[in-house]
Write a protein that binds this ligand. Sequence first.
Ligand code: FAD
Ligand code: SF4
Length: 467
Amino acid sequence: MANPMQFLEIPRQDPDKKPAEVRIHEFKEIYGQFKAESAQRQAGRCLACGNPYCEWKCPVHNYIPNWLKLLAEGNLFAAAEMSHKTNSLPEVCGRVCPQDRLCEGACTLNDGFGAVTIGSIERYITDEALKAGWRPDLSHVTATDKKVAIVGAGPAGLGCADILARNGVKAVVYDRYPEIGGLLTFGIPSFKLEKEVVRTRRMLLEEMGVEFRLNTEIGRDHPLQSLLDEYDAVFLGMGTYTYMKGGFPGEALHGVHEALPFLVANANRELGFEKTPEEFIDLAGQRVVVLGGGDTAMDCNRTAIRQGATSVTCAYRRDEDNMPGSRREVANAREEGVAFLFNRQPVEIVGNGHVEGVKTVTTRLGEPDERGRRRPVPIPGSEEIIPADRVIVAFGFRPSPAAWLDEHRVALHPDGRVQTTANRHSFQTTNDKLFAGGDMVRGSDLVVTAVFEGREAAQGILDYLDI
Ligand code: FAD
Ligand code: SF4
């Protein structure tokens, strides 16, 4: 890099963000792309400090300073090749990772100077390299006679397919949905990740020899046994889909919706996959209360705003500092008109057949729980009712292990996550031929951790197959 002290002259700059009054009318990404010169200047701010904390904090351990240097020197294609050495979906992670908690939070410059814009640059490198004609270099790959079935085309399954294809193994990916991506396509809304990005990745993987068999549910359309008979190994990346309940009265009232069906219905309409108009959950003209404080709650808040809700209120039982959602997404939701009520714990959804409001109590933060998070303690006599026509419950997800896992001797943890044993092949289950990764192994988490586990499981499969 020309001048290692460049960060003193060039401040951190994020790509332009559309004004809130424009973006609330569309399901499009809200951040623009750097121009080539800005991307190079921002990449040049990297200090190349001897101990790259960013790399360690990044769950896939991206070679961040290396690809920043390549880009700063104008070597876009080499940067893209380098970026794909550790990450199967860099253009996606650059968009949706909570960088403030991961790479950028650990950047040495995040101490008054402004962290390097790692996420936006990661996304820039792949987006722009692809536009300029770059494709992953598989010229050195020799095909083997091995083939592996992958159940689930989410980030874990795609990470696994990528590594297998790069090692000459035929990967065939099954998914019950009509498009690949898992929650990238049917959970995370387009204002964070436009679906064209996922379609482009599908094209790339298909060019690499990965085959997708969509609209196919394993356990219903094909038994798992047929995959075990036909393939040399099977990877399971099926996610977590049991919705957490509040456990208070009124959750069955008309007008109360779970977060994911609401988001999936919205995505289906946008993508043209809606089977009947009744599937769509229309919040136009409604007073909406969203319960929860994570990324899913933020996505529901902002989707409700875009659908034309008259008001959107997000009630969360701890304070703002203790919200699990990304700071960036909370700020974006606020800019778009979401009202936040902190320290409010729902105790009942009230109404007569249909929702009329949410009864909450005010809380204060008490002693830490077993995970170190301070418990919300209700303040007696603080009940109030927030008026609402619709309530979205966004309390997160628990594992949803398929019943047939047991038939195939796949051991589970007591909470339903699949056990993978570290002392055998990486991410191998208790059935030697079955590997697993992503949310179904670690519980609901992040895109980047699912990618990591899919890639690691692929390495385990390669070891198992002696490749
Ligand atoms: P999934 O993405 O859930 O994919 C599993 C796939 O398996 C699905 O396509 C499913 O159809 C398929 N499948 C399941 N069972 C079968 C079967 N029997 N047969 C065939 N196919 C099957 N993470 C971030 O990093 N940043 C974010 O901003 C972010 N926002 C989120 C917003 C929402 C609303 C949600 C719900 C999650 C969000 N996450 C975010 C979390 C992230 O999306 C997940 O951690 C990640 O997608 C998990 O990847 P996965 O491959 O394990 O599972
Ligand atoms: Fe940062 Fe996520 Fe990219 Fe890693 S994958 S460098 S954590 S944005």
